[in-house]
Design a protein around this ligand. Structure first.
Ligand SMILES: [Zn+2]
Ligand SMILES: [Zn+2]
Length: 80
């Protein structure tokens, strides 16, 4: 089975670094919880950010039939 490369996440939280693939999340409050409290960050468009494809899964988000643990299945890491 050929794995298809994932597209880069659309949005990144400016506080916790969470990724989102929802257009509606851009410029909206982050939905993640950190230490039991809702993250105070907001999702920012990932356009213009530099991405590295995950080496472990070659940006497919999968290693074999498992979700890649290196990138949590996103297939991409933010550079820096
Ligand atoms: Zn966040
Ligand atoms: Zn990966």
């Amino acid at each position: 089975m050929v794995q298809v490369k994932k597209s880069k996440p659309l949005a990144v939280c400016n506080v916790c670094g969470a990724f989102s693939n929802e257009y509606q999340d851009v410029n909206h409050r982050c939905t993640k919880a950190l230490y039991g409290r809702r993250c105070s960050g907001a999702f920012r468009s990932s356009l213009g950010l530099s991405w590295d494809q995950c080496i472990a899964c070659a940006a497919t988000g999968k290693v074999g039939s498992e979700t890649c643990v290196e990138c949590s299945g996103w297939g991409w890491h933010l550079m820096g």
